[in-house]
Design a protein around this ligand. Structure first.
Ligand code: GLV
Ligand code: MN
Ligand code: MN
Length: 402
């Protein structure tokens, strides 16, 4: 599976993945998912929000156990973020069949669409729509960098956007969702464990900063006469770092658009996107308010008009304690170990976090020896991936086969 998925959407130049929603690479990932499902005699469907489901058993029976993740990527993303959860789901099913497991509950493997939000700017679009946390009207407003709207992109990829929106009937048929994911920090590496369980996801969001100044000639405009938005942007990036340190949070400007983007022109507009996250809401509010206050002070001083728009926000997620305790018990039971499976929080967003408001949800993490993620250098060792598959198989067996 890993070998067949590896070339899809991979850039030869960077070695990273460019699997953006509703593109050709995305279609190839979806075809790959369908082929894996059909090879295992699972029934495949694409829901109205573009998420793919592969069913073993009757989807309408209720109390289904669902596992899976996403196949899309950030720009030049790694091979593991998302795909490890999907590949592990199919591999865990193979393992359970080899064990002769008898399923008492329906099982589904899911590939959520557009988790990273790399193209339309909003993360977890597929799960947000399904959970009713993004309305059809809001989704219709989303546009990519070329001005193509989400419904246009869906339509071009052969998906009818007319029916997108909340899908409570589908969620009502799910009893538990378990997402396996590569860890995106080094907690497991430091604790010496191959596999861990998630406790919580930090509250996080994305804010768009538009710094508007005056375009002018780079060679003939005196420094004192300039209204240069790049300066205010640069000062804001430094402020973000300072405020994050003060609040014990993280804040990142990782994407920027400049107009007119000429090497010999003072820009008329610099647009930067702030990604900010913290362990609690108080710290997040502190960092976000602090950055905006500093940016406004700089903007006033340099004659820059600043507009700040919150493009998305996800509140803190505290995963179901009942399901987590159940998973912990199942994993301990299987290994016969008395040591507890480590439980860790994360600053990364996941579809599991979106669904956790609607259904009992849990996450398994697989050790990442460097902690690097959202980069071509993202890695997990094969032994640890296998440990993840076996842990997922134990969990699914405990939930669906007893
Ligand atoms: C998704 O991976 C995110 O945390 O941005
Ligand atoms: Mn990611
Ligand atoms: Mn992910």
């Amino acid at each position: 599976m890993w070998r067949s998925l590896r070339p899809i959407g991979r850039s030869d130049a960077s070695g990273g993945y460019r699997r953006y929603a509703w593109t050709e690479a995305d279609a190839d990932c979806r075809l790959w998912f369908r082929m894996q499902a059909e090879a295992r005699r699972l029934d495949v469907e694409t829901d109205r929000n573009g998420n793919q489901w592969a069913w073993l058993g009757d989807p309408t029976a209720g109390d289904a156990v669902v596992t899976g993740s996403h196949l899309d990527s950030v720009p030049d993303g790694g091979a593991f973020d998302g795909p490890l959860g999907v590949v592990s789901a199919f591999a865990a099913l193979d393992e359970l069949r080899a064990r002769g497991a008898v399923f008492k509950r329906p099982l589904a493997i899911v590939n959520f669409g557009d988790e990273e939000g790399a193209r339309f700017g909003l993360a977890c679009v597929g799960s947000r729509l399904t959970a009713g946390r993004l309305t059809k009207e809001q989704a219709y407003e989303l546009r990519d960098a070329d001005g193509i709207s989400l419904p246009q992109a869906m339509e071009a990829a052969g998906h009818d956007p007319a029916a997108i929106g909340a899908d409570p009937e589908r969620l009502a048929k799910i009893g538990a969702f378990v997402e396996l994911h590569v860890e995106q920090g080094r907690a497991l590496d430091l604790s010496g464990d191959a596999v861990g369980l998630a406790s919580a996801i930090w509250p996080h969001g994305r804010w768009r900063y538009d710094f508007a100044g005056e375009a002018n000639h780079a060679g003939t405009t005196r420094l004192v006469d300039r209204r240069d938005p790049m300066l205010t942007y640069a000062e804001t990036v430094l402020a973000a770092r300072r405020e994050a340190e003060l609040a014990g949070a993280v804040a990142t400007f990782g994407k920027i658009a400049v107009e007119p983007n000429g090497v010999n022109a003072i820009p008329s507009l610099v647009r930067g996107w702030l990604d900010a996250r913290a362990a609690d809401q108080g710290a997040l509010d502190k960092v976000v308010t602090g950055i905006e206050a500093e940016a406004r002070a700089y903007a006033d001083r340099h004659g820059i008009d600043l507009t700040v728009v919150r493009e998305s926000f996800t509140p803190i997620v505290d995963f179901s304690h009942t399901l987590r305790d159940e998973l912990s018990r199942l994993l301990g039971e299987k290994t016969g170990s008395t040591g507890k499976v480590p439980v860790l929080g994360t600053g990364a967003g996941h579809d599991a976090g979106i669904l956790s408001e609607s259904i009992p949800t849990a996450m398994l993490f697989v050790r990442n020896p460097t902690g690097v993620s959202h980069s071509p250098a993202e890695f997990a060792a094969e032994d640890d991936c296998v440990a993840g598959v076996l842990a997922l198989a134990d969990v699914l067996e405990g939930l669906a086969c007893r």
